[in-house]
Design a protein around this ligand. Structure first.
Ligand SMILES: Nc1ncnc2c1ncn2[C@@H]1O[C@H](COP(=O)(O)OP(=O)(O)OP(=O)(O)O)[C@@H](O)[C@H]1O
Length: 343
């Protein structure tokens, strides 16, 4: 990692929860390529979005957790098992939806799911019962009796999902589960993911490039960049600016209100592209002061709302190495790698 790059890990909130995945100092090289560089990570229960630009190491991390590839260093725990020692038990406890298609030609959908269930140790009868249950959950009708190679991309995604769920694992790892789905199917898939987390207590690691999906279903976010962990936080914390900030848009000239607010010592930024005044240091429950200043300056407020950090901007800033001022300045974030690089 070059100097100036930093890992931003908030050390508050959900760190009280017992992690479901806890790994330290994991390294993986492919020849000269360092795919994972000293990765240490704690993932709490719930739905966690695993984000990162192409080639940042997401798939390598997933395969490493599943014991599908050999790592050069690192150890830890997945659920109640030692990682990487208890690979078999870990794999039995995880439902994995891989990014690529993987089906056996000639099998019907129901046979494909049932085969996975039997490979996981279920008896033939129980495997068939669970397979029907999971295919119902995933929205399959009579097409479950069709051969898999006749399935559309969306149906193949749902088939992989049913296969991942069929042995009722406590932890799901989903690699790009909404790829190739039309908008309705995508929403249905996201609803299923959320249902599994909230009603069935599943923990889910969701690797994706689709940031709106992360905002829809995730509680936590991990961002990898060039094989290193750069952000671990709750979505809620990431969305909240370091300083409480209000967005105000007005009818007509914003200058009198901006000057009045500024004279009270608040930071004011005018954003001409959006027509929004960003006013720092005002909590959402202190807006009566803003209304009073607007009345004093004869300004009509059209819209008033708390500012939030956008996940898109955070992602861009973290990936490019330049972070938003809000995150950068947050004292509750620990600058691990910056310290290391500087030492
Ligand atoms: N089998 C392999 N042999 C050599 N290099 C590999 C191999 N698999 C991955 N890599 C390299 O390791 C790095 C991390 O790749 P990885 O596939 O884990 O990233 P990713 O974040 O999953 O990317 P994407 O978002 O494109 O799927 C990349 O530089 C990639 O080229």
């Amino acid at each position: 990692m070059s100097e100036g790059e930093a890992v931003y890990i908030r050390v508050q909130g959900d760190d009280k929860l017992e992690p479901i995945i806890e790994i330290d100092n994991v390294c993986k090289r492919y020849g000269g390529i360092e795919a994972l560089r000293d990765v240490s990570l704690r993932i709490p229960p719930g739905v966690t979005g695993l984000l990162g630009p192409n080639g940042s190491g997401k798939s390598t991390l997933i395969k490493a957790l599943l014991g599908l590839l050999h790592t050069h260093a690192g150890n830890g725990r997945v659920l109640d098992y030692k990682w990487p020692r208890d690979t078999k038990a870990i794999r039995d406890s995880i439902g994995y939806l891989p990014e690529d298609d993987c089906y056996i030609a000639g099998l019907e959908g129901i046979e494909s799911v049932s085969l996975m269930a039997q490979l996981s140790g279920l008896t033939g009868r129980e495997a068939l019962r669970r397979s029907h249950e999971m295919m119902d959950f995933c929205g399959f009708g009579e097409e479950r009796y069709r051969e898999v190679e006749s399935y559309s991309t969306g149906m193949r995604q749902k088939l992989k999902f049913a296969q991942a769920l069929v042995h009722d694992p406590p932890l799901l790892i989903l690699d790009e589960p909404t790829t190739g789905l039309d908008p309705d199917q995508r929403l249905a898939m996201l609803r299923r993911i959320r249902t599994l987390a909230t009603r069935h207590g599943k923990s889910i690691l969701l690797s994706t490039h689709i940031l709106p999906d992360v905002k829809t279903v995730c509680d936590h976010v991990v961002i990898l960049v060039r094989g290193t962990v750069r952000v671990v936080d709750t979505l809620e914390n990431l969305s909240r600016p370091i300083e409480p900030t209000m967005h105000v848009s007005v009818i007509g000239d914003h200058t009198p209100l901006a000057q009045r607010v500024s004279s009270e010592g608040h930071r004011v930024d005018w954003q001409p592209q959006t027509g929004i005044l960003r006013i720092g240091g005002i909590d959402p429950d202190q807006t009566q002061r803003l209304w009073a200043w607007a009345a004093e300056t004869d300004t009509a407020i059209r819209r008033l709302e708390p500012a939030v950090n956008s996940l898109e901007q955070i992602f861009i800033d973290v990936a490019s190495g330049s972070l938003t001022a809000g995150i950068d300045a947050d004292p509750s974030l620990t600058l691990l790698e910056a310290d290391r690089a500087g030492s």
